[in-house]
Design a protein around this ligand. Sequence first.
Ligand code: HEC
Ligand code: HEC
Ligand code: HEC
Ligand code: HEC
Length: 401
Amino acid sequence: MHAYAAEDPLFRTLNAIGQRETNGALGDFCVQCHAPLAVRLGLTDDGLNLDEVPSHLQGITCFFCHSVDGVDDDHNNPLTLADDGVLRGGFDDPVPNRFHASKYSPLLDRNDARSSRLCGSCHDIVTPAGVHIERTFLEWRGTLFASEDYVDQNLNCGGCHMKGVDEPVASFGSREYPVRRRHRHTWPGVDVALTDFPQREAQRALVQAELDTALNPQLCVSLDPVGGDATFTVDLENLAAGHSFPSGAAADRRVWVEVIAYQGGQEVYASGKIPDGVAVKQAADPDLWEIRDWHTDDRGQETHFFWEVADVESSLLPGPTARDPADPNWTDTHRIRTYTAEEVSPDRVTLRVLVRPFGLDIFDAIAGEGLDPAVRAAIPTFEVRGAALEWTPSLGRACVR
Ligand code: HEC
Ligand code: HEC
Ligand code: HEC
Ligand code: HEC
């Protein structure tokens, strides 16, 4: 997704609205992360002319990451670039080549905890008004993965997000290159290309696979033998993410829980049953459990615009802080909701967790800015397939997991 960061039509539209609404005061705030090389080369200072920037300088490019030689802070892309033309990487014995010089840097070695600072300081946003709206790096630093005890396990950003395969890293002419550990540079998360872009379908499949194992669910059903209320208790735990789930642009994501109960084949209760193409709206579904951030402006109204955010409310599933409940750092990472259905006795209850990379309500609010309706139709709804459960009385117990 790094290559797509400056091409994403949602990014371009939101940046353009921001430039207009702030009379240009937003400046290079957005492009400093979404097209950092173009900014540093002086090719753009507000991201409004990205069409004129050559495509190899858009997005977060190879050269940008592989030239980093310092990290000055922990948010808003404080990365400094070397000006020696030498590309940094994780090998301490790079194969010499005639295209560029190469050398080792711990910042690009995913086995070194310092490499999380390279990724993390871009994956952490504090707005010009001082609100911490994306906190992936902060969250990771609070988990056990960043603790002393885990430092040797390489659970850095790249340790989880850049899986390795053993094959030659380069190919040129007839020369034989050694087999090494080569790392996946696709960075699947939640976002997918919404317009024509190389490897679009392959990226979707990678995102789906990444999401599938992210959560640990439990569903408990309690029925009243004399025909009173039924309750369904859902317990979700963030199993695999080394930070909160969702993380990052968590106010734009829509993650929600669907619970449906049936009796004799008839649906008798539903929450979170939201058809494809329909926006997630709490108002129509008072029981709806949404897992995300909410941004509010200085009047307490929800806003979709970074530059207006005064406060953040959050219901994210936190990452683990310790394995052992006896550890003083241990915190309870289970998040539990109980749903009540009046006077029913269901014989089948289903649980699903759904994820949309971008809220259709936000799309609808900005669609008038010239966004192609095809972009809306391209926003997928993923299911976290490992979180799907079904309860029936034949299980002989109240809880399934
Ligand atoms: C400090 C770096 C940084 C800055 C500044 C920044 N972004 Fe981002 N942006 C990110 C990262 C990192 C992600 C991916 C986060 C994730 O996957 O959750 C992202 C994701 C996005 C996305 C795609 C996710 C989504 O919401 O669908 C959009 C759109 C976006 N940013 C727009 C903007 C706009 C507009 C601005 C300026 C107002 C901006 N960004 C400023 C780092 C930044
Ligand atoms: C222990 C493994 C692990 C570590 C360490 C880890 N992540 Fe993740 N990350 C995941 C998993 C699992 C997901 C959730 C699956 C998904 O979003 O597809 C995820 C999701 C994400 C997303 C998408 C978030 C969203 O909801 O929009 C971003 C961005 C991300 N990680 C960046 C980072 C960065 C930056 C670091 C280091 C500061 C990091 N990750 C550390 C496993 C990890
Ligand atoms: C977001 C930052 C980032 C971007 C963008 C990026 N890389 Fe990397 N790259 C890394 C990191 C981190 C590693 C180190 C993995 C390790 O050795 O631990 C790496 C490793 C490599 C390696 C060594 C082999 C391997 O897989 O470990 C090569 C070669 C490479 N990258 C080339 C590229 C090329 C070519 C591009 C553009 C198409 C690119 N990189 C874009 C961060 C980046
Ligand atoms: C220059 C800033 C920058 C750096 C450095 C950077 N990222 Fe990103 N990253 C972004 C932006 C911006 C996006 C969002 C692109 C989009 O969705 O259009 C992103 C997207 C991602 C995603 C996909 C998120 C999603 O929701 O789909 C993952 C995973 C990720 N980055 C991990 C990493 C890792 C691991 C590293 C370090 C090797 C890293 N990033 C370094 C800015 C950065």
